[in-house]
Design a protein around this ligand. Structure first.
Ligand SMILES: Nc1ncnc2c1ncn2[C@@H]1O[C@H](COP(=O)(O)OP(=O)(O)OP(=O)(O)O)[C@@H](O)[C@H]1O
Length: 260
């Protein structure tokens, strides 16, 4: 489903500040995989997601999705089949537009111009149904400006918007890290329901080791721009937070300490 081979991205190449964000990264996901990506600060997790989404063009290597080579496809073109939710609830939604208009924007993302037929009654009914899943009452507030919602409500809306188009690949970049525990749980529950119901292939970056163990069917631990450890479903079933932390003997830590 997703295949990254030899993914390499070097910032400030050849200077004292050279940073190997991705260093020959090889990752392969099967359809329906819910893969948790962990690793210490600077390990390359966000760069990996940025490379997959097209935001960060690779220096070398190849990315294919569903058998299609997307290495040279820009982020806008990839948005037709990739959806992403970021850590900051303010990033994924347009504050001055209504909830309904934001849902429409998500539906039109990556579609050719002229596709829109406006916020029709049929669309409003569909959006209400999708929002009702969240149990936040947003389905009754389609005409409310998104800027008036709490951070948690906005992040929940971002998630519904992301999955509403049934993307081939869902990228979750620490999407619950900025939320209070109750809202984080609600967003995670919604995430799991959507991923299972739509059988979405998903990459989720997290620093939360309990989440890494509890959710998904695979764990990838990154370090210095490559995969350090891969943990499959079977091993994941018996693993503890202490086991995971034990494996964090990383090169990035050493690099960070040298730079401090
Ligand atoms: N735009 C950029 N310009 C320069 N260096 C960058 C850039 N983006 C990432 N890097 C460097 O690439 C390396 C990997 O960064 P990245 O943000 O992908 O790590 P991460 O695992 O997501 O870290 P964190 O957990 O702190 O978010 C780091 O050394 C970082 O400083």
């Amino acid at each position: 489903m997703l295949s990254v081979t030899g993914g390499t991205k070097i910032f400030y190449r050849g200077t004292l500040d050279e940073r190997r964000a991705l260093d020959g990264l090889d990752v392969s996901l099967k359809p329906g995989d819910f893969c948790i990506v962990i690793g210490s600060n600077g390990a390359g997790k966000s760069s990996f997601l940025n490379a997959v989404s097209g935001k960060l063009p690779l220096d070398s290597g190849r990315i294919s999705i569903d058998g299609q080579d997307v290495t040279r496809l820009n982020a806008h073109r990839r948005a037709q089949f990739i959806a992403r939710v970021f850590q900051d609830p303010m990033v994924g939604t347009a504050p001055t537009m209504t909830i309904g208009e934001n849902m429409l924007l998500a539906e039109l993302r990556g579609k050719p111009r002229g596709f829109s037929y406006g916020l029709t009654a049929a669309r409003r009914a569909k959006y209400s149904e999708q929002l009702a899943e969240l149990n936040l009452g947003l389905e009754k507030r389609l005409d409310m400006q998104v800027g008036l919602l709490s951070g948690g409500q906005r992040q929940s809306l971002s998630l519904v918007m992301a999955v509403s188009t049934r993307p081939k690949l869902l990228l979750l970049d620490e999407h619950t890290a900025a939320l209070d525990p109750r809202t984080a749980k609600l967003v995670m529950d919604t995430t799991v329901r959507a991923v299972e119901a739509l059988q979405l292939t998903t990459l989720m970056v997290t620093h939360n080791m309990e989440h890494a163990i509890k959710y998904g069917n695979r764990i990838i631990m990154m370090d210095a721009g490559k995969v350090l450890v891969e943990i499959g479903q079977e091993e994941k079933n018996g693993i503890t937070v202490a086991d995971l932390i034990e494996r964090f003997h990383t090169k990035s830590d050493a690099i960070a300490l040298q730079g401090a």
